[in-house]
Design a protein around this ligand. Structure first.
Ligand code: 6PG
Length: 229
């Protein structure tokens, strides 16, 4: 499927619009909205505005997962979960049980296995071969990585598991990350990128060039959006 490319000067508004539209449709069709949050810095203002403008969104029907996590405790400044708490989760009435935190404080393999099991339990309830996100948010780093699928790392090769531990020499730390099979099972994947520095890589990926990890995001039966601010 040809990706949808949106160049915008109203990045945060457009991102929140995409999230709320996906939530409305998912809840209307299946009674639940399953969203994967991306980490890093770019999503923070989006999550803040989502929390502030969610209106009558039934948060008890929202299930939140994390595309990746740094292997640090949940109160560590590098924790993607902490960023999501500060910008979104602590400001909305989402039941704690609806938040599938990747436990960065555990040994990486244990954290990955626990997240995998949690997703598998839900997938089996829906009769899915693997958990299917309604909306999976992603960012992209200046090296073309996404989630914690960094160039040259082992997780890029995973074709069976949904969540794996991944040592990233570039940042000299363990991460836990969604894999291509899980990402590409989503109904809708949305890259949210801001900044001109990443444009050359995006252009190469959209032209089918380059060998960047983000280029491996190709939803099997879903929509792919590049929201470029
Ligand atoms: C992470 C993210 C990562 C992020 C990109 C972009 O844990 O760091 O999941 O994939 O999305 O590195 O980060 P920025 O939005 O900060 O540029």
């Amino acid at each position: 499927m040809t990706p949808e490319v949106i160049h915008t000067t109203t990045f945060v508004d457009d991102a929140v619009r995409i999230i709320l539209a996906s939530a409305r449709d998912a809840i209307a069709e299946r009674g639940i909205f399953r969203i994967a949050l991306s980490g890093g810095n770019t999503p923070a203002p989006v999550y803040k505005q989502w929390a502030a403008t969610a209106g009558d969104l039934p948060w008890d029907r929202v299930q939140v997962t994390f595309g990746d996590e740094r292997c640090v405790p949940p109160d560590h400044e590098q924790s993607n979960y902490l960023m999501a708490r500060r910008t979104l989760l602590d400001s909305v009435p989402i039941p704690p049980g609806n938040i599938f935190r990747i436990k960065g404080e555990l040994p990486p393999a244990h954290a990955a296995a626990e997240c995998e099991a949690q997703l598998a339990q839900v997938a089996s309830r829906f009769g899915e071969p693997r958990y299917r996100h309604d909306l999976l948010l992603l960012g992209m780093g200046p090296d073309g990585h996404t989630a914690s699928l960094f160039p040259g790392t082992e997780a890029l090769k995973e074709q069976t598991r949904n969540v794996v531990e991944n040592f990233v020499p570039k940042v000299n730390m363990w991460r836990v990350t969604f894999t291509y099979p899980l990402i590409n099972a989503a109904r809708h994947v949305c890259f949210m990128l801001q900044g001109a520095d990443k444009k050359p890589i995006v252009d190469q990926i959209l032209a089918g060039e380059g060998n960047y990890p983000s280029a491996g995001v190709k939803p099997t039966d879903g929509k792919l959006t590049w929201l470029l601010g």
